[in-house]
Design a protein around this ligand. Sequence first.
Ligand SMILES: Nc1nc2c(ncn2[C@@H]2O[C@H](COP(=O)(O)OP(=O)(O)OP(=O)(O)O)[C@@H](O)[C@H]2O)c(=O)[nH]1
Ligand SMILES: [Mg+2]
Length: 239
Amino acid sequence: MVVPAYEEEARLPRTLVALAARPELWTDGEVLLVVEPGTDATAAIAREACHRHPWLRALFPAVHRGKGGAVRAGLAAADGPFAGFMDADLSTGLDALPAALARLQAGPGAPDIIIGNRQHPASLIARRQNLLRESMGKAFNVVLRFLGSADFADTQCGFKVFNRRALDLLLPRLTVDGFAFDVEILLVAKRLGLRVEDIPVDWRDAPKSKVRLVRDSLLMLKDAMLIRWRTRHIRPVAP
Ligand SMILES: Nc1nc2c(ncn2[C@@H]2O[C@H](COP(=O)(O)OP(=O)(O)OP(=O)(O)O)[C@@H](O)[C@H]2O)c(=O)[nH]1
Ligand SMILES: [Mg+2]
């Protein structure tokens, strides 16, 4: 599981304790931190933790590209039949991981991608985002649906898991470095004919978000339109 981390000295230590408290999740898996250059102690925290935990690895890209760029770098470095990403604030409960893997390994007809959906009727939202952030998230989703770029009520939940086939088909076709990378993943997956399913999650908003509301929302809107145009030639691949 890839964890993009940028300026996370405040939130990462608690997350690492929570990850270490679930060793059964990492018996045949690993956590791969992707720490982009910032101004705080995130890199030092990551390095120190990698010495202590055999299931933990970290990448330190030289350039700060954004969450999308970091997640792509991590997924490209992941080997094994499944890989995914989750946020460094552990806003999505860890039980989503075994649930996602069970769906992906369900045999014939199993999905290629599992996404966390905070709008799912069975999701438990322990702490909601503030009203402005939540309404902007919903407005963004309405725009995406209008553009025909989203079939899910929540494209932005920071929890997604992929099988190897999906990773190998998606990664060469992804380009977005910003927060709209989730939209690109889902639209390219749709165009390729990959099967995507959503699952309910236990979700708790964590303060200290890195999202700059106005600036990133405008960037996401611009990217969402560009993504639709840039991916228009992608055709379904044979199952
Ligand atoms: N490497 C890297 N990670 C980032 C960047 N921006 C955000 N992240 C990571 O992306 C994850 C989500 O960021 P948050 O600040 O929690 O964003 P959020 O407000 O929860 O937004 P949502 O993910 O939409 O819920 C965290 O793990 C951040 O460290 C970035 O520029 N580079
Ligand atoms: Mg968050």
